[in-house]
Design a protein around this ligand. Structure first.
Ligand SMILES: C[S@@+](CC[C@H](N)C(=O)[O-])C[C@H]1O[C@@H](n2cnc3c(N)ncnc32)[C@H](O)[C@@H]1O
Length: 234
């Protein structure tokens, strides 16, 4: 068992950090960490943080003090145009202090609309270093999803992962709509695995290696196809 395994096992049962998350999604955190190597440098980014439920799990993957960025409209809720969740800067900061593996010391909270912020501004927040894992869980319209995928691709480390939430949630059909429209543009970001209401993606140049890792690390039920791409089904 790795240190992250032990830490996540305790955090998985911590119910005080409110959020929408299938606890099995933590299995993806462990798989990404193992695939990247737990000493890989770099921070994480989440678009759409709410009170930090998934962000805190992702930030536990950071092993070298790199900056992680939590991007949310937070208290500027007039920018949350589809009422997906309701970020709160103060609740997030409290949760970081109480539950984050690093006490939130490496975390920068960025209050912004993800559809208008630039990749340069997000990178500047992290000292110029690209992110090893990015979670997309902000606005859930097709437009937000496409825009957040484009932003994420621009700031993702070469070997990194992007995780899209609510990929198969009937209440938030904009997500699958946005993802499939994006994939039909034949981007160099490919889908890798689906499960626990999340879609994991990576750069096409890292796909074969990550596919082999996920096949070994996750409980794969079958292989399927999405917009012509092979995808592992967990
Ligand atoms: C479903 S919640 C996120 C849940 C969170 N990932 C968790 O683990 O519990 C969606 C969040 O996206 C934020 N949001 C909505 N529209 C946004 C936008 N355009 N840019 C940035 N954040 C946005 C909301 O304020 C809310 O906190």
């Amino acid at each position: 068992m790795t240190d992250l395994n032990v830490w996540l096992a305790a955090y998985r049962d911590e119910r005080s950090v409110e959020g929408w998350l299938d606890p099995k999604a933590f299995d993806f955190v462990l798989a990404m960490d193992a695939a990247l190597g737990s000493d890989m440098p770099g921070g994480v980014l989440e678009i759409g943080v709410h009170h930090g439920r998934f962000f805190i799990a992702l930030n536990a993957m950071v092993s070298d003090g790199s900056t992680s960025v939590a991007l949310d409209v937070f208290d500027a809720q007039h920018l949350n145009i589809d009422q997906s969740g309701r970020g709160s800067h103060s609740r997030f900061q409290e949760n970081l202090k109480l539950f984050d593996r690093h006490g939130g010391e490496n975390v920068r909270a960025l209050e912004a609309d993800s559809t208008t912020i630039t990749p340069e501004e997000v990178l500047a927040c992290a000292g110029g270093r690209r992110f090893k894992v990015i979670s997309i869980d902000g606005g859930h319209t097709a437009e937000h999803t496409i825009s957040d995928l484009q932003l994420s691709k621009a700031v993702l480390a070469q070997e990194g992962f992007i995780v899209v939430d609510d990929i198969l949630n009937r209440h938030w059909l904009g997500v699958i709509d946005g993802v499939t429209q994006y994939l039909r543009t034949r981007p160099s970001l490919w889908p890798l695995a689906i499960g626990h209401n999340k879609l994991v993606m990576c750069r096409m140049s890292a796909w074969a290696r990550h596919r082999d890792s996920f096949a070994n690390l996750c409980d794969i039920r079958k292989s399927s196809r999405l917009c012509g791409y092979e995808i592992l089904v967990v």
